[in-house]
Ligand binder design. Structure first.
Ligand SMILES: [Fe+2]
Length: 487
């Protein structure tokens, strides 16, 4: 990146986060006065966007940089605080009584601050990356059916996202990658199951209060620590939490989500979901990222059921046809290319078909979430530069794990705790090819990657930062090799 801050830059917010955690206090560092949240995110065309959220009616704050003082612009104005009526689509224009502000940092800026609080800046050479995903508290219970098992969002053991974010902040990464699914608390309409949660103060809804509870409040220590790359998850589709995604986290200018109702004929799909074109970040001389919005894809359907998606993906993935950079590339998408929730009979789906033969050879790793677990799959043999990239899934950073979901093929109801985990592939075919190696762990946590002379040394950490297992990604190969954990 062209925007450089010294590695030793002092970050009062991050230090405050560490001190608070050491003191046993769960309160995140306070954002600048009058600002509900502020962070830095990487975007297309080497942009670095500073974002802030202020109460509706308050002006966007000035951003002080070493290149001068800038006035943050309104990205999305507030729309009041009136809740939708009971019959209304809860995902369409939910209440956001806040203003989303944004501004791109000028090239060459080395420092930025709002109201005296420094913001994290990109590093010239990345030393440490945190990867996490699928963090929201899972509540989606209809009034007329069993729905899914729900998490108690008031219990940090049942929903550990705040613990994960605090532990990840203590690692002091240079970059955070979130592979999507930030907002889960969509609706809770069964009076028997939902009233006790509401009595505890659990917030449900797709507007600001839901986004604040599900993401911004627990994420605060980690937002203060490093710039982020945000990948859009299916929970950020327009028929779910999409309006919040558009207001706050989307890498492109705000667009209002149309009225699409979940699980209805108007539901969000790839074609109608305000799907972004894929884009690339050249992080440094050694690594670039390709970010794909496949949130609206019906990846659970075979290609023959969604043939129209091929043309959409080919248009969306034009960045793949640009001259390949010299760096190794990691492909980021919420829905993974290959994973255990996609049965062999459904493959290839449209995403797999669109990428067959079109991934640059420099793509080393495909990173996704969506599967609420940690999974690695290795296909290429050593020394095969044209081989298939490795697959990494980091989808267990807070939301309910596959092991607790009776609808998941990874439900452990019959096997007992950790009975569905495995230390090697089970021989199944992923788009026609069996993995050579890989592990599946169904635990909450996140991945830390440290640059070294060979590539990246990885640590999979639990929700409190304890070591689960170690991994390696060597520059010379297309493999993420993780040891089977001892405990
Ligand atoms: Fe997902």
């Amino acid at each position: 990146m062209s925007l450089i801050a010294p590695v030793s830059a002092i970050r009062p917010l991050a230090i405050a986060a560490v001190l608070l955690v050491l003191a046993g206090c769960a309160t995140p560092p306070a954002p600048p006065p009058g600002v509900l949240s502020a962070w830095t995110q990487l975007g297309p065309q080497a942009s670095v966007s500073v974002r802030a959220i202020v109460p509706q009616g308050s002006p966007c704050p000035p951003l002080n940089t070493d290149q001068g003082t800038l006035t943050m612009q309104v990205r999305a104005a507030g729309n009041g605080d009136a809740p939708p009526t009971a019959s209304a689509n809860p995902a369409f224009q939910p209440p956001f009584p806040v203003t989303a502000c944004a501004i791109d940092l000028p090239a060459g800026a080395r420092t930025a601050a709002i109201a005296g609080e420094p913001l994290p800046m990109p590093q010239a050479a990345l030393r440490r990356i945190v990867i996490l995903g699928d963090t929201g508290c899972r509540i989606k219970v209809p009034a007329d059916g069993p729905g899914d098992p729900i998490q108690d969002c008031s219990d940090p053991h049942a929903w550990p996202w705040a613990r994960v974010a605090a532990a990840a902040a203590r690692e002091r990464p240079d970059l955070v990658i979130h592979v999507g699914d930030y907002h889960y608390r969509e609706y809770c309409d069964d009076p028997v199951r939902c009233a006790p949660l509401r009595d505890k103060g659990v917030i449900v809804g797709s507007g600001w209060s839901g986004w604040q509870a599900d993401f911004f409040r627990p994420a605060a220590p980690l937002l203060a620590q490093a710039p982020w790359v945000f990948v859009r998850g299916n929970h950020e589709n327009c028929d779910r939490g999409g309006e919040g995604w558009m207001r706050f986290l989307s890498p492109v200018p705000y667009q209002a989500c149309p009225d699409q109702r979940y699980k209805s004929p108007t539901q969000s799909v790839l074609a109608n979901n305000l799907t972004d074109d894929a884009w690339r970040i050249d992080l440094d001389a050694g690594l670039g990222l390709l970010i794909v919005d496949n949130a609206g894809q019906q990846d659970y359907l075979p290609l023959r059921s969604t043939p129209q998606d091929i043309a959409l993906f080919e248009r969306q993935l034009a960045v793949l046809r640009q001259p390949a950079p010299a760096q190794r590339l990691w492909l980021l998408s919420h829905r993974p290319l290959w994973y255990d929730l996609l049965t062999p009979s459904q493959q290839p789906n449209a995403f797999q078909a669109a990428l067959q033969g079109s991934l640059p050879a420099s793509v080393q790793l495909a990173v996704g979430g969506h599967e609420h677990a940690f999974q690695t799959l290795n296909f290429a043999t050593a020394g095969d530069p044209a081989g298939r990239p490795a697959q990494l899934v980091v989808g267990g950073s807070g939301t309910q794990l596959e092991a607790q979901d009776p609808a998941s093929p990874l439900y452990e109801g019959k096997t007992g705790p950790r009975g569905m985990e495995r230390g090697q592939p089970d021989g199944r075919l992923y788009d026609g090819l069996a993995a050579r190696s890989g592990i599946l762990l169904i635990r909450h946590g996140f991945l830390v990657l440290d640059r070294d002379e060979r590539g990246w040394a990885g640590r999979l950490l639990d929700a409190d930062g304890g070591l689960v297992t170690r991994c390696r990604i060597d520059d010379a190969g297309k493999e993420i090799a993780c040891a089977w954990p001892s405990g």
